[in-house]
Design a protein around this ligand. Sequence first.
Ligand SMILES: Cc1ncc(COP(=O)(O)O)c(C=O)c1O
Length: 461
Amino acid sequence: MTHSSTDNIVQTLENWILGARAGVKLPTSRELVEEYSVSPVTVRNAIHVLSEKGLVEVRPGVGVFTKPHRAARVADYGWQAGALGALQNDLPVITPAQKTGSPDVIALNNGYPDEALLPTDQIRRTMVKVSKEPDSLKRSPVRGLPELQNWFSHQVECSPRDVLIVNGTQSGLTAIFRSVVGNGQPLLVESPTYWGAILAAKQSSIVLHPVTSDEEGPKTEDVEKTLKSTGARVFYAQPHYANPHGRSWSQKRKAEILELVRKHDTFLIEDDWAHDFWFNRSHTPIANQDADGHVIYLRSLTKSVSPAVRVGAVIARGPVLHRITAHAAAEAMYTSSLLQRVALHIVSSNAWNKHLNSVRRELKQRRDDLLDALRSKAPEVTVNHIPAGGLNLWCEVEESIDVEKLAQVSESNGLLISPGQGWFPTDPTGSFFRLNFAGSRSENFSEAAESLHRAISEIRQ
Ligand SMILES: Cc1ncc(COP(=O)(O)O)c(C=O)c1O
């Protein structure tokens, strides 16, 4: 009889527990004795059984509580297929350049410099210091902190009022594409060009029109012809150390393109992402030559200060800045004042120029080390242009090699590279891939080149 009473109460309580959340208190022993008309011994035995089954936790002097007990229910997301409907575009969730690997992987896919090239200790100290400043936790004005706008205005010849601080220039690009180019409208781009610009444009269903380039930059006649034939009002470009290939426009070509955008009443988006990363000679932004608001200038601090300090600027003159600001504010409202203050402290400190000089020396050395490693260990890889700035080598292999496959095989051997397709606004013109020499140290380059060589040989078989 006692045995069966215990079973009954165990069964009843088990059902109750399975329907309850974890951490819920069970009725007291006295309440259970009364409710089930059983003896205190029966209740004690039942609690013991439930505890053995891992369903309850007995906290002496406090009570008995339900434990997390149920295996997670397999969720049914099938309904979302209908609710979400057709895909608006084919944006990847994570691009090859954004992949992260385990610490033992050699990552030459990433676009950001490693810790050794960043003022890491200074940033840590500055974050603590800045957090104690009276206004550091207040909301930033929509266009950014006046002191930081002022700093950016000295980087290009403009007024602080022409500066909009953004959460990294990627969000600046999105705001420009939405507000200035417009959904579904044409946009001129170089080919290849920055994958993030391609994705931001696709997000707004913008139609990309590549223009052809030569050694000096985009061909002026082709830009003019394409502006006319497409009716595009905007040309997105990287005149200095372009990502991915590291080429820069000649002075003559810069002047011609600026003249052309003036003549056609159009905008040039000058993405000066590598402004801090020249190896031999600094450069002057095209925006400096622009008096009438044709150039929308982008300048990022995330690669020279820190990827964790996501601060960049859009600099534009005239009503166009209001349009861009409206979109940026609709998306993000404002940029963290804490991060803006950290960035400002770093770039206006005495140590900043010294830091940049040593970064440039180290980047140039890494570029040379990676080139040497490729020449000696992976001779099938061609680098057509040796960049005088930036963070990347744009590599080519024979056309029959599928670079997606090359990236897969390399990854399985512990090397991450970025296959080139993502940098082409339309069709890739060869088997290209990008190697970044800033995110990994020179001592890894020899192993990386050997790994590439092995992967290429494997694919050829
Ligand atoms: C050419 C170019 N433009 C813009 C960006 C965006 O940089 P961020 O959003 O970190 O400022 C990148 C990042 O890799 C880039 O390579």
